[in-house]
Design a protein around this ligand. Sequence first.
Ligand code: SF4
Length: 406
Amino acid sequence: MKTDSNHQNGKLTGIEMLEYYEKGPWPSHVNEMKKTAYPLEVYASGLETRASPWFGGSAKVRYVYVGFIARRSKDGKNTELHFRVFQPSGQIYRTETLRKLLDFSDKYGLGLLQVMGQTGGLIISIDPEKADEAVDALRSLGTDIGDTGDTFRDFASCIGPALCEYSLFNTLEARDYYLSYPPIYEKISNQLFPFKVKLKFSGCPMDCSRAVHRADFGFIGTWEGAPEVDQALLKDKDKSGQISMEDLARNCPSSSINVSVSGDLSIDPEKCEKSMNCIKRAFPAIKPGKTRKIAFMAGGNIKGRFGPKMAKPVALLDDYKQAEVFITSVIDRWEENYPHKDRIGDMLAKEGFSRVVEALKETLPVAPNGKPSGQTRIIDSAVLSDEERDLYATWSRKIMDEYRGA
Ligand code: SF4
């Protein structure tokens, strides 16, 4: 990354780095933080030492076991108590709701709010003296504190049909449904599990919510058979230079596309792995097929006892609700039998994915082990070997060295 020469040489002090982040035409997080009592010097010291300036801390909030993050600076001079707050599906806020949250943050915190990301909104630095009162005030705004600890985390959905033309099912509604599904909802504020549980919902195989990589249970919109092709529209696009049919065929990861001598493009329904490659290039001349399905996946995680894993396909569903009993059955089995810090993916790896699915197949409306998406062929629920771990560590170190100009 090119910055300025000092920055490339890594010679800036922490405070100078903060000044650097105030430059440029974009809104600066440092400018925003400077307007409040946020302890920027702690942030600066972390930048300078290239290590977190924070230790974990502790706090007690009446009747609440999850949703707050307590920490103290390593020099012992600062303590913080943040509230994580459930977000609306797709992170779509009315301005009125945002204003209420900002008023809340002004009254109980520093007037700082962080609303991006899939881990819930964050109200930064609540006054610990007012924390009990703040929980009640937050609930009166129609949201709640949550999303930390060994429990259900805030579920994430892609923006889905609210904004995206590719969405094959209503990811926003599905997320709301599972958040309020009674066997899930009643456990959402308690730390009863060996580790955290995440559900994610993506409208199509492009998987913007990263359900394959980061969800214990993932739902991904897909379809059966080949994508639909509008030959006339596709030929127009090809003629006008917007796309090249030959390129579409060449770049299809499963080599499913054929262009005939008459210039028609066909896609082999048996071979198509739903990569979305041709669809995103040629939409709407190529669209997902009409028989919509939902690929239901299980066992993905980044943090787990046995390392990162990709989720594996469980079944092709007609409706996202069809997985509810399977999910709660897997969780019951995991909760009763597994030690602290084992994720659901760890359980599936230890017991055998297909043995667990086979044991619980009565809870599914269709035969398990569908063929949801091309993504799953990359690496199925694999635990990294030591060699792969070294390779990954070397690669990420190289990127960081390049960034720091070392
Ligand atoms: S996952 Fe698919 S449907 Fe959802 S936002 Fe991304 S491209 Fe759109």
